[in-house]
Unconditional design. Structure first.
Length: 124
């Protein structure tokens, strides 16, 4: 299974639509077998869903995410685990062990005028 985590470095990025990279964890039998970092370039929102599909992601772990992105990911068959704030690898280990992860309710339902990002405030 491929688990994608929206990241910036080793940290979970808190605004899915502007994530600078995905860290892809290839797992087998609840063990991490390989880790690959994939830069997203200038991709945004819907293009990010295509990036995940092209890389066979089955799960996305992220911080804040909007309802449109959740719907698009669900339609693509990708499970969304949102509202997560911890190092990416820790999140994957918790997910694989079946531990509750994130709030599942973190969404961004606003526009980002003035250049602010979800990392500057709490998205609910």
């Amino acid at each position: 299974m491929i688990i994608a985590v929206a990241t910036q470095g080793e940290t979970i990025f808190q605004h899915f639509g502007k994530t600078p990279q995905f860290t892809l964890f290839e797992t087998e039998d609840s063990i991490i077998k390989n880790i690959k970092v994939l830069d997203t370039g200038d991709s945004g929102h819907s293009a990010l869903i295509d990036v995940l599909k092209e890389n066979s992601a089955e799960v996305l772990i992220c911080g804040g995410i909007g309802a449109g992105a959740v719907n698009g990911l669900s339609a693509a068959g990708i499970e969304v685990v949102s509202g997560v704030e911890c190092p990416a690898k820790d999140a994957v280990i918790k997910y694989l062990s079946g531990e509750k992860l994130g709030t599942g309710t973190a969404t961004c339902d606003h526009h980002h005028e003035g250049g602010h990002t979800c990392g500057e405030h709490t998205c609910k």
